[in-house]
Design a protein around this ligand. Sequence first.
Ligand code: ZN
Length: 451
Amino acid sequence: MLLCAQYIVPIASEPFQRGAVLVRDGAIADVGPADILRTRYPEEETKDFGMAVLMPGLVDLHTHTENSVFRGIVHDVPYTTWVRAVAEKSGALETHDWRDSAMLGCLEAVSSGITCIADITATGAAGYATDKVGMRSVIYREVGAMDQRRIDYAMRVAANDIAHWQELADPARMTIGIAPAAIYTCHPGVFTKVSEFARKQNLPVAMHLAGSREEYQFVKRGSSPFAVHTMGSKRGYVEIPPWLPTGVSPVRYALNWGAFESDNVMAIHCIHIDDDDIKKLKEYDVAVASCPRCSAQLGMGLPPISEFLRARLRFGFGTDSPAATDSIDMFNEMRLGMLLQRAVSPDTFLDSTTLLEAATIGGARALKLDHLIGSLEIGKRADIIAVDLSGSHQTPTNDPVSAVVNTSNGSDVLMTMVEGNVLFEKNHWHVEADVAHTIARVIEIRGKLRG
Ligand SMILES: [Zn+2]
């Protein structure tokens, strides 16, 4: 299939006009000027997107797609209130509810140009949904235990799930990983065990880290709402035992318990960190996922994106929980990340190119999938999107990168392709999932969450 558009943004090289991308056997077979490729491949089926940009699919480094049903339910409250409310409401949902909720999230992701998600889940719903929808994913099995005596049991159950999920997964599109639960819900020994297991099984690891002031205060000084309340979880309530201040930052605490000892580790948020923490993240080659919209929405703080980039960390963006942000839209994430950073760090004025790189090849590097995805290069897998640039809100434009980052939204996506398969075209789906049924089911599930 020959894809043509007014602009091609390969990411790995300079954007160019009137270009084409040849897709064969799920891979990118050629990239170049449209007239040359049309002549070179005269028999090829051609899709011309006109005034649009063809670019690599967006890589969303952090999602909880199974929380899509919570959209708009807990609003206008700060992080600790929000996390507790969502955990409480989670108790009302059953396995098939989580799956339909995750399906909705994955459909939204695909329709907004996201071709790969990295999702943390205890239920596995995201794995089920990404498989049905046909997108690429890294699915991290969350594991946590507050009581030290429960760690081995929790690890055994997680190991069983991981083995089962690996059997079900299509390895061409899905990687299974493991995620220690949030620091304030977890005995630190979990971090050590997760690292050992990840090293042995060669699994990627993701963890929420240094996301809120409350977490920082909890770890360093032993005082915060987390120290005096009980936290809910999908697996029931757990009592937090008396907590002694550690005197160190959350990053240093995770490091001290061996959390960065495996080969492919990603830390999510990393908002409340200092220069030494960043040095340690670099030293251990820990990737960082920023979720600027979620962080702002819940009053968690501002991720120091300029510092991550300056330290040359593997870095990208995540949309985080739809229960917080209300939409799975990486365009918003890029834009907000860039504007907030410019507002507070005018000396390191971030440009659109840097942000678009972070949302594509940066995300791919963070997941160690950059040999497969993240740019339009011959030989890479064909995870490609077309973004409309003909709207009144985008006209006139002569810089496709600036137009994508500054003026486009998820709703401007015309086509999403993963592994050479077109999953979504404007107003038309090519997926195994029943879209209307999913929406109807999620509305039904919402009935359980009232009150
Ligand atoms: Zn999260």
